[in-house]
Design a protein around this ligand. Structure first.
Ligand code: DAT
Length: 198
């Protein structure tokens, strides 16, 4: 009666979230490069556990599969239809393969049963300001994002939606931070698969 529940997937699904500009895309691209090398067999030996992972760029899914009700010109972003987005992601995220690396500036839309790790990236105000200024964000959008970062909106959202042990906050201020974070995520995937006996 105390038999452990069989996990529904053999690779963890990972949400990489954070305020825009904290480094989601950068981290996911670095992870995708490590995955590609693992698949090709050219990466470090320890990266073998990554071979079945895949980066799903949610922005592209929103745009290419029409998960939106149009473009908000003033705010410079899609008006996202979250129900449609979840429908599009469900086959991959609930598959036995799992291994989805999902980057999105929100996290609580994903059912807890789909998610094995939530990485919340954070950046200090100065870095974030510089990064968003480079993007030429409209002033209101820039201020809103900086306020959200200061108020730790994403971290709170993650903690409210998921068990504390699967939520990890990682600082993303420097390239060294990014490298260390990617190494940590890779090590976490390796351990997760060991724990599941994969
Ligand atoms: P996001 O996808 O969260 O919006 P991004 O990955 O596009 O963020 O990064 C925004 C900019 O900041 C981009 O020019 C790369 C830079 N950046 C991200 N993380 C960084 C880090 N840890 N150190 C230095 N620069 C970083």
């Amino acid at each position: 009666d105390d038999a452990p529940a069989v996990h529904p997937r053999r690779n963890p699904n990972i949400i990489i979230t954070g305020t825009p500009g904290t480094g989601k895309t950068t981290h996911c691209e670095a992870l995708a490069a490590r995955i590609e090398a693992a698949v090709a067999g050219t990466g470090p030996e320890g990266d073998a556990a990554l071979a079945e992972l895949r980066h799903i760029a949610v922005n592209d899914v929103v745009r290419d599969r029409n998960c939106h009700d149009g473009w908000d010109a003033e705010y410079q972003s899609w008006l996202v239809d979250e129900d449609k987005l979840l429908d599009e992601l469900e086959p991959d995220m609930t598959s036995a393969r799992g291994g989805c690396i999902i980057d999105w500036h929100a996290c609580d839309l994903f059912p807890a049963s789909w998610v094995d790790l939530v990485v919340v990236l954070t950046a200090n105000t100065e870095s974030l300001y510089d990064r968003l200024a480079l993007r030429k964000y409209p002033e209101a959008k820039m201020q809103e994002n900086i306020d959200a970062e200061i108020m730790q909106v994403l971290l709170t959202e993650a903690h409210e939606a998921y068990e504390p042990e699967i939520v990890v906050e990682l600082a993303s201020n420097t390239p060294e931070d990014m490298e260390a974070n990617v190494d940590r995520i890779v090590a976490w995937v390796t351990q997760w698969r060991k724990d599941q006996g994969v």
